[in-house]
Design a protein around this ligand. Structure first.
Ligand SMILES: [Zn+2]
Length: 472
């Protein structure tokens, strides 16, 4: 039995208005090379100064990850030569801001803690663009943008756990407000390292870069595990390599040697004194932490008896979770609320390409629909139809029902007429039904509903149909 061992390095952009060591603006898609200054361009004689807000947000994140915060951390220079690095070194930390901690995830085998090795602050490099004519252009707007590097212990066993960990970590950063963690904007970059071995000793690890979505992370890890397992089965040895994920080919390919092998030289950053923290800042940042994703997940499941996958949808979208809880407070059952939200509302959003913020209905609309089903004004099908139609208008449910004449018909005489007509019009099906094809019952229900434009009380339809059919 081969076993995979995975560790993940995440670089998350800290949500600040300005860069880590200078006052330049942090702005996505700004005109290239406009948010730069002598400090982030590494001109001689300049001195970096630390962005306090970035430190506060990193501290807040570390607390949310249950990590131990080092009251004294040390800045260091990581020296290497690359065109996107004007200074010739990147400022990082040799003694990290925080160590230890964990993220709890749900796995098929239950809850699991993914342990964190360290969290440190560093600055981002610039960005290279390679043109089709073979030129390379560099934009230094990103040079010096604050990052948190969060390194996990190699305790992840497969691609599913990796994605669950990254999803939860991303939620934590968003909940505490330390990063928008938008992967498409490069604000949350993941580099998993994967090794496969037959015994307890860890095999040769390979790092995969260039992953722009959680789907890509999942596919790349799965690919690398099966590739390495194949090699070991054939008795081949695995070489330590940095791989680049090719989304089009769905393959991880080795990075060109020149890019992959970099000799880093570290030494203490002489221009920055150690970062000293006191307990006040830790206490202050603790207070800024809201209910965290894992706590919310456990509470939603417990309090409203909803399924794990449904709770996960709500945890991923705090605004949906708030809507859900308000709907219940205004009188909707949690069963109806979660069903309508995860199938009908999300379905409609996916179809229209809109987001949850675009819906115009209030939580109270769900409570009204629930009430009307209870007092038999409408049935579930009509309720869903109404929901789909008022989602982006916010029209009151009662007004919509009145305007479209959708009130449920419970009058037995009227339903009976439809039942009798359906039985007469479908004599062949009636014969088959009597001959034992009981599943045809649904067909009769459908026909009666169709005749009554979906407004018949389903309980009455079922009862009358059974009576009439059995009497035949
Ligand atoms: Zn600058």
């Amino acid at each position: 039995m081969y076993k995979a061992t995975i560790g993940i390095e995440v670089h998350a952009q800290i949500k600040t208005a300005t860069k880590m060591f200078c006052g330049c603006k942090v702005e996505f898609l700004a005109e290239p090379n406009t948010n730069i200054c002598p400090i982030c361009m590494g001109e001689p004689g300049v001195l970096p100064h630390v962005n306090k807000r970035a430190v506060e947000l990193a501290v807040r994140t570390a607390i949310a990850l249950h990590a131990k915060i080092n009251l004294k951390s040390i800045y260091a220079r990581k020296n290497y030569f690359y065109p996107d690095l004007p200074k010739g070194y990147q400022i990082t930390q040799s003694i990290p801001l925080a160590e230890g901690g964990y993220v709890e995830i749900e796995t098929e085998k239950g809850k699991k803690k993914i342990y964190i090795t360290r969290l440190h602050i560093e600055e981002d490099a610039g960005k290279l663009f390679h043109t089709t004519e073979g030129h390379s252009l560099v934009d230094f707007n990103r040079s010096g943008v604050p990052l948190m590097e969060i390194v996990s212990e190699p305790v992840i066993e497969n691609e599913k756990e990796a994605v669950a960990y990254l999803r939860r970590l991303r939620q934590i950063l968003r909940y505490v407000g330390s990063s928008d963690a938008d992967m498409e904007k490069g604000q949350f970059r993941c580099e998993p390292n994967i090794s496969v071995s037959k015994d307890e000793k860890r095999g040769v690890k390979r790092e995969v870069k260039n992953l722009n979505s959680l789907k890509a992370v999942e596919r790349a890890i799965k690919y690398e595990i099966s590739k390495q397992t194949d090699s070991l089965e054939k008795g081949e040895s695995i070489t330590q390599q940095t791989m680049l994920w090719d989304e089009k080919k769905q393959m991880a390919l080795p990075m060109r040697e020149k890019e992959g092998v970099t000799e880093y030289r570290y030494f203490k950053e002489p221009d920055l004194i150690p970062l000293l923290l006191n307990n006040d800042i830790i206490e202050e940042q603790s207070k800024a932490i809201p209910e965290l994703p894992t706590e919310k997940f456990n509470r939603l499941r417990e309090e409203y008896k909803i399924k794990g996958e449904d709770a996960e949808i709500l945890v991923d979208s705090p605004e949906m979770a708030e809507f859900f809880e308000k709907a219940i407070k205004s009188g909707c059952s949690s069963k109806y609320a979660i069903g309508w939200m995860t199938t009908d509302i999300l379905g409609e959003l996916n179809k229209s390409g809109k987001s949850f913020g675009d819906i115009k209905i209030a939580p109270n609309h769900l409570a009204r629909l629930n009430k009307m089903i209870e007092n038999k004004t409408i049935n579930m099908n009509i309720a869903k139809k109404i929901l789909h139609n008022i989602l982006f208008t916010g029209e009151a449910t009662e007004a919509y029902i009145k305007r479209n004449n959708l009130s449920q018909v419970t009058d037995e005489g009227e339903i009976e007429k439809a039942v009798v007509a359906v039985i007469e019009e479908n004599s062949k099906e009636v014969e088959r039904y009597k001959g034992g094809e009981e599943k045809l019952f649904g067909f009769f229900v459908g026909q009666v509903m169709k005749k009554m434009k979906g407004k018949a009380n389903p309980g009455v339809v079922n009862r009358l149909l059974k009576e009439k059919l059995n009497r035949r």
